[in-house]
Design a protein around this ligand. Sequence first.
Ligand SMILES: Cc1cc2nc3c(=O)[nH]c(=O)nc-3n(C[C@H](O)[C@H](O)[C@H](O)COP(=O)(O)O)c2cc1C
Length: 230
Amino acid sequence: MNIDIYYFSGTGNSLAVARDIALRTDGKLIPISSVIDEEIIKTDSKAIGIVFPTYYEPYGGVPLIVRRFVDKFENINKKYIFAICTYGSGSFKALKCLEKIINSRDGKLAAGFTVNMPNNMAGSSINNPVRQEKMLGVWKENSDFISDQINSRAEIRFNTPNVLVGKLYWLIRILISPLIFLFKPLTLRHLKRFSDSKNDSYSEMLHIWIKAFIIMVIVKFVVIALKSVQ
Ligand SMILES: Cc1cc2nc3c(=O)[nH]c(=O)nc-3n(C[C@H](O)[C@H](O)[C@H](O)COP(=O)(O)O)c2cc1C
C-alpha cells in the first residue's frame, strides 16, 4: 500500500466514500480520530488522502478535527495530497479552505473532489429515499473516474453533480452567495455569545434554536402555500 487515506465521518457518508476509494487505489484506511491525539502525525507513504464532510460551509466548511490533523502532519509539503469533501446541499469553499490550510504548511492540495451525499445537518430536511439512491448512484458512476485520477496522481478539481438542484446548481449558488453575507454577522454574533457565556450556554442555545425553528416552520408554510397556489 502506498497511499494513506485519512477520513473523518460523523454518520458514515465520508467513510463510505473513503472505503470505496481505498478499495480502488489499494489504499490504507485510517480514521483521523485514531491519530489526532498524537503530537506529530507522520507516515512513510508518499501520497495521502483526506476525506471529510462539509461542516458550516459559509465559515469555511472544514471540520475542526481536519484542520488540526493538517496542522500536525509531518512533512506535509513532501506528499501528494488529494481531498474528497462530501456535502449535503453545497460545498463551494471547503476545498479552497482546506487548500489554504495545507498551503500555510507549505504543502499543496494536488487534487480535490466534492461528492453530494445525503444531508445529515440538524435542521435540514432529510433527503427522500429516491434522492438518496440517486446520490449514491452518482457517486458509484464517478468513483472509478476519481480513483483513476488518484492512481495517476493527477492534479485536478472535480465536482460530482449536485442531485438536489441539478443543472440550476451554479445559478442558485450565484443567487445565494450574497445572502451568506447577510447571515454571517448574525450567526457570528450568536456564536460569540455562546463562547462568552459561562454556565447557561445550553439554555441560551435552546432559546435561539426555538426561535430558528419557528422561523423555519413559517418559511415552510409559505413555501407549501405558494406551491399549492401554482
Ligand atoms: C454540523 C454539520 C454541519 C454541516 N454543514 C453543512 C454545510 O454547510 N453544507 C453542506 O452542504 N452540508 C453540511 N452538512 C452535511 C454534511 O456535510 C453531509 O451530510 C456529509 O455527507 C455528512 O458526512 P458524514 O456522514 O461522513 O458525516 C453538515 C452536517 C453537519 C453535521
